[in-house]
Design a protein around this ligand. Structure first.
Ligand code: SF4
Length: 440
């Protein structure tokens, strides 16, 4: 059985655990008493925060025992990624997270501190006796918000009617289960940034016309990695604009380009990666830094970087850099901050590629704001309430759930529709695993 390797992250006494507190009314009613206690602590240093967390989490874990596994993504604010491993959990990228229910049938309760689509992917692959819980259901994803099933489905229906079985959907992991199910319906697959080249390459090798959803930048980058030129891509709109577009509404020239395209790219994106520009790469390279970027950055940035790859790739490059190395990294801000702190402990310098102290570079790197909605009080509360059998059902994640990131309300499908979504989305996830394992 493959286990998630330790992140190599270390807690040191003067490294604050939490960089930003949430207002009390951002917590669910059931979580507010934990939040009040946390907010009343005098500071966020490990010596203050850890005894408070231990007081709840250690007894909860003793009650839940080996049935529970804590999970977090690398993009989490500094607090959680440094803590889940301390409590026996794991930090991973979205591919590794998705596999955990399959890899650990002995675990019956997964508690995930990351965004909702990541927890849902675990739930889709989970056995009936395994439960998935998210520490904060308001942790949505802005890229996924621009690619809701209600936006994509009408376009999918149109393209399917036009191209029949030639059309195959490849859904990036940053989609709901409902969108992943569209991929499963066409015999397609899910992909992550770590395996997108293998998955898209597999689809193209079958002569398929790939409808890639939702990230336009990753789609363009991967198309280039697979040898496609810009003239072989058709860029659809994203969000509400993409939903309003129709094939009939295209000009005759655009319809011809659509017919000729080997990949149709949905136009979603996330601002976390689009702040990076080729000029940032040039700035740091001129100062002796090795420049590493995530493939959700725009293609012109990826094209000029020294290396591009998934979250796991970037973390490993940092861990393996020799003392004295200097790295400029273009990805999510909390990841880079964590990488900078950990690298500094080994004499390696890491900078956020967007943080340049010059007026002509106005943008600064930013973190995944939605993921940071998981914080120590959320982790403490869900574990304490799970151990007491009183965890709110809103935090339970089932295949097909759609959560409104702003209000925190949830739309849960009737059981029969949920079963269909779970079946089709699971097919797409299993295809991803099959293609990835074969390619590795
Ligand atoms: S960084 Fe952006 S795309 Fe990635 S999980 Fe966060 S909101 Fe979604």
């Amino acid at each position: 059985m493959t286990s998630i390797p330790a992140s190599g992250m270390r807690l040191v006494p003067d490294m604050p655990i939490c960089q930003q507190d949430l207002p009390l009314d951002w917590y669910q009613p059931e979580f507010q008493r934990y939040a009040e206690e946390y907010l009343a602590l005098p500071d966020r240093l490990p010596a203050t925060v850890l005894p408070w967390m231990d007081g709840y989490i250690k007894p909860a874990l003793a009650t839940l025992g080996d049935r529970v596994m804590l999970l977090a993504h690398y993009y989490m604010g500094g607090e959680i990624v440094k803590l889940v491993e301390r409590y026996g959990g794991h930090v991973a990228d979205s591919y590794e997270l998705a596999l955990q229910a399959v890899r650990h049938p002995e675990v019956k309760i997964f508690v995930e501190s990351a965004v909702h689509f990541m927890a849902e992917a675990i739930a889709i692959l989970a056995a009936p006796d395994q439960e998935v819980w998210i520490t904060n259901p308001k942790s949505g994803c802005t890229m996924e918000m621009l690619a809701k099933d209600a936006m994509i489905e009408p376009i999918f229906d149109e393209l399917r009617a036009r191209y029949g079985d030639e059309l195959m959907v490849v859904a990036y992991m940053n989609t709901s289960g409902r969108v992943k199910a569209l991929a499963g319906k066409t015999g397609g697959a899910v992909c992550t940034s770590s395996n997108a080249k293998a998955v898209v390459g597999w689809a193209l090798a079958r002569g398929k016309k790939v409808f890639f959803v939702p990230d336009r930048h990753l789609g363009e980058v991967v198309a280039g990695w697979c040898g496609l030129g810009a003239n072989e891509l058709f860029q659809w709109g994203g969000g509400e604009e993409g939903a309003r577009q129709t094939v009939a509404g295209l000009s005759a020239a655009d319809r011809r380009r659509l017919d000729d395209a080997r990949m149709v790219l949905w136009g979603s994106f996330c601002g976390v990666h689009t702040v990076f520009k080729p000029a940032h790469v040039a700035y740091w390279r001129a100062r002796g830094y090795r420049v590493l970027v995530h493939p959700e950055c725009p293609k012109p940035v990826v094209d000029v970087a020294d290396g591009a790859g998934s979250t796991r790739y970037l973390w490993n490059e940092m861990l393996q850099a020799p003392p004295g190395a200097r790295l400029a990294i273009a990805t999510e801000g909390h990841f880079v901050r964590n990488a900078r702190e950990q690298a500094a402990l080994r004499g390696v310098e890491v900078v956020n590629m967007a943080d340049i102290p010059a007026p002509e570079f106005a943008a600064i790197g930013c973190g995944c704001a939605t993921m940071s909605r998981n914080d120590p009080p959320h982790l403490v509360a869900i574990l304490d309430l799970l151990a007491k059998g009183r965890a709110p059902d809103l935090n339970r994640v089932l295949a097909g759930d759609a959560v409104n990131e702003i209000t925190g309300t949830r739309d849960r499908l009737p059981a029969d529709e949920r079963t269909t979504i779970a079946r089709d989305a699971r097919r797409a996830l299993e295809k991803m695993i099959e293609v990835t394992e074969r390619a590795s």
